[in-house]
Design a protein around this ligand. Sequence first.
Ligand code: ADP
Ligand code: MG
Length: 287
Amino acid sequence: MSGADARVLGAGRHTSAAAGAGLQVRGLSVAVRGRSIVDEASWSAPAGAITALVGPNGAGKSTMLRAIAGVLPERAERSGSVLLGGERLDTMPARRRARRIALVEQLADAVPQLTAREAVRLGRTPHHRMLGFSLGDDAVVERALEDAGAAPLAERRLAELSGGELQRVHIARALAQQAGADEGGALLLDEPTNHLDVAWQLDLLELVRRIAADRPVVLTVHDLALAATHADRVVLVDGGRVIAEGGADAVLTSDRIRSVYGVEASIDADADGVAIRYRRLDTGGGA
Ligand code: ADP
Ligand code: MG
């Protein structure tokens, strides 16, 4: 099955009403010192859905998310456009863009001495005209802590938190960053389930599902079965290019997994989700 088929198959799963408020990446390219990292990538993430960005290490997933959020390093050259709800994000002033789109990076900066509440308060920075707080910030911060299930952690220092707790605080910060924006926001999460045990992973995915109710959420994840089970759409990238996009069943075929990852995969889907078993390609020679 070709990438084009997957695009078509995936398209019907979420309605165009949601797509209007969604995130659209068009012809996005990123190069650093002449080396192409993202190459003419086009894909979309509808509002009301979880979109999983998957692909091997070095495929360009994190770079794509940074380019979309507008936080690439200075020396990176970017071209193409990013739209949210039909509006160009890539030409928007940075502070305004920060209110529309939030990125939780894989190794998000965490000043260890800060309490969770203080860290979440930092998310309000793009809303401030000058240093200091706006009226209503406290309520927004408490609400974000609550919504991310991080309220019980408010007084704890980041240094004392587990990976799963820290991830919630970062998500709360992202929610606070967007709260009160005039139009809907988009949330990008880079490997949010990394290093979390299975119970925390499921908790986090439940949280992400709630957040995705009214906005596009994009997450990168290495676990293809997890992506297939929990995401509404999957975008498979390799070498900076989009290989396929659509529903997991259309995108994550054993053929594609073989060609992108170089492993044999047997995929079992049932009502509880998708399980994938992998084994090395039979090289025939027994190396
Ligand atoms: P992924 O998140 O899919 O693992 P990345 O986006 O982190 O991939 O990286 C894609 C490629 O771009 C890798 O080869 C990486 O070494 C390179 N790269 C990432 N960030 C930079 C940077 N700031 N400068 C130079 N090369 C980078
Ligand atoms: Mg990455």
